[in-house]
Design a protein around this ligand. Structure first.
Ligand SMILES: Cc1cc2nc3c(=O)[nH]c(=O)nc-3n(C[C@H](O)[C@H](O)[C@H](O)COP(=O)(O)OP(=O)(O)OC[C@H]3O[C@@H](n4cnc5c(N)ncnc54)[C@H](O)[C@@H]3O)c2cc1C
Ligand SMILES: CC(C)=CCC/C(C)=C/CC/C(C)=C/CSC[C@H](N)C(=O)O
Length: 477
């Protein structure tokens, strides 16, 4: 006889991980289960906008890859629409000069790339494509309801030992072994890692490939703001959003209406100055577990649940409406300066990771140059910019807003991903970020945790950690 569904489920965190988990849990367990989603700050988490002169701009997660199929599906199913992300010309600045500059003519670009770096850029493209192709297998596994109990097992199922090896070795080591030159790594690959993850090539090879995939054409965003996906997922999952900070989780035994003593989790949470508690059959933690970001204590577990110390990289996003001082980067006249994004090499004297012009969340594709030449530029830097630093970059500016983040894990391979199963019915999604942090990765983690919770509740062990899945599913429609 099938087991009755759980009575209630708690999800901690209303970012894309938590809300996608809510959406899939509702699909799996049906309408009778009560789902509470706790959020201590803003729904959307690291998907957020800032407002400048009445227009909203993405300040956190902004671009989505054309092959991010969960995000694509959400937008379609939730009645949202997509806008193309700006795709201006890119230059690379080393603190003294532009060491590489894209050209608007495809053919000239190709010739320039081959002239500077031989065929390494083509080889790099093929390397990333192969990793992405294998990554796409996850969609097939998930559409057949298969789940994984650890991130390592999930990565292994995508491409075996070599794929898992990517995660265990640094990008630098992987690409050096593959014969890429120092010049190419310093001038092209490192700058891409700096804009995307604020780090060097010491990050793991898998996140390195995810980061490189951001150089593919066709990046997009959600019209009105990526965070809309989270609020729509919550709505569609008919979950209750509780504005409160979960402080602790403890396992307790309760006697339910059936008269049987049952193990449940007590979540103690704070809303304003009040402390409350509720009991749940299943709990999903959808936020990075560390003191600075979530501060959740697991009380009286035997054996104890490990303490998490994953260090997240501080990053500041600054949006500035102003006229760029192009002479910082090149001696060419301003009206000949046509770069839309400037990446930087790993030079300790540089105070920015990147600067690029951006569109508002309502605009499609490239923003039009304004008559006064004032664009909105987005700058990523490790720390807040001083007024002097801003004045070095801009001839003039009328508006600046900043947002500080603990943005992504600090990647130091080889490292171990935290377990997805923290306890019997207690799951953790954000260990996935140790492999790579991106919206789609959190959506994959949300779906996986929902499937895992469902199968473990119902004793469907054959749907968890199946080996050779790719071969097994080859003949399935
Ligand atoms: C500046 C920046 C740029 C980025 N750019 C991109 C990009 O272009 N493309 C891309 O794909 N990804 C990008 N990312 C990464 C992407 O935004 C994240 O990987 C993703 O949004 C993480 O989602 P999440 O739901 O797992 O976590 P989060 O969004 O962090 O959600 C966790 C939520 O839990 C809440 N919470 C924490 N503790 C508690 C508690 N105790 N009780 C209740 N609630 C709690 C938090 O307030 C938060 O809202 C970027 C990130 C940053 C910071
Ligand atoms: C998960 C897979 C296969 C692909 C995701 C690719 C992707 C969109 C990664 C995002 C990487 C990231 C954290 C980018 C941050 S900066 C983004 C952008 N350049 C900006 O200027 O905001």
């Amino acid at each position: 006889e099938p087991r009755a569904p759980p009575e209630n489920i708690a999800i901690i965190g209303a970012g894309i991980g938590g809300t996608s988990a809510a959406y899939y849990l509702r699909q799996k367990f049906g309408n009778d289960v009560k789902i509470d989603v706790f959020e201590k700050e803003r729904g959307g988490g690291r998907l957020a906008t800032v407002t400048m002169q009445g227009q909203e701009y993405e300040s956190g997660g902004s671009v989505i890859h054309p092959l991010n199929l969960h995000m694509k599906r959400f937008v379609k199913d939730l009645g949202l629409s997509a806008v193309q992300s700006p795709s201006g010309l890119v230059g690379v600045y080393n603190g003294e000069t532009l060491v590489y500059e894209e050209n608007s003519w495809f053919i000239i670009n190709m010739i320039k790339l081959i002239w500077h770096y031989g065929f390494q850029s083509l080889r790099m493209h093929m390397w990333v494509e192969d990793i992405l192709d294998k990554f796409m297998r996850i969609y097939r596994y998930q559409s057949h309801d298969y789940a994984f109990s650890s991130v390592e097992k999930l990565l292994h199922s995508l491409g075996g030992d070599d794929y898992l090896g990517l995660f265990n070795r640094s990008l630098l080591e992987t690409l050096q072994k593959a014969g890429f030159s120092e010049k190419f790594l310093d001038e092209i690959i490192t700058p891409v890692m700096r804009i995307n993850y604020g780090q060097t090539m010491n990050i793991n090879g898998f996140v390195g490939a995810v980061s490189m995939s951001c150089t593919d054409p066709g990046l997009w965003a959600v019209k009105g703001g990526n965070k809309l996906v989270c609020s729509r997922l919550l709505q569609a999952s008919k979950s209750n959003l509780i504005s409160g900070s979960v402080m602790s989780i403890e396992e307790k035994t309760r006697t339910k209406q059936t008269g049987n003593p049952t193990k449940v989790y007590e979540a103690v949470y704070q809303t304003g100055s009040e402390t409350h508690s509720d009991f749940y059959d299943i709990v999903l933690v959808a936020t990075p577990l560390n003191r600075k970001m979530s501060n959740i204590t697991f009380l009286n577990f035997d054996p104890p649940i490990e303490e998490f110390h994953q260090y997240y990289e501080p990053l500041v996003t600054t949006l500035i409406k102003g006229q760029l001082n192009s002479t910082v980067f090149t001696s060419r006249a301003l009206d000949e300066f046509d770069l839309g994004t400037i990446l930087t090499t790993d030079n300790p004297d540089l105070f920015i990771n990147s600067i690029g012009f951006v569109s508002s969340v309502e605009e499609n594709n490239n923003p039009q140059p304004k008559a006064d030449r004032a664009h909105v530029w987005k700058i990523f830097s490790a720390g807040p910019l001083t007024k002097e630093q801003i004045l070095k970059l801009f001839v003039s500016y009328d508006y600046a807003v900043k947002r500080s983040w603990l943005a992504y894990p600090h990647y130091t391979p080889p490292e171990k991903c935290p377990s997805i199963i923290l306890h019997d019915r207690l799951y953790y999604l954000n260990g996935m970020e140790v492999a790579a942090s991106a919206m789609e990765m959190s959506a994959v983690a949300g779906y996986n945790a929902a499937l895992l919770a469902y199968h473990r509740w119902n004793g469907h062990t054959h749907m968890i950690d199946q080996e050779e899945l790719y071969e097994k599913l080859k003949t399935e429609l």
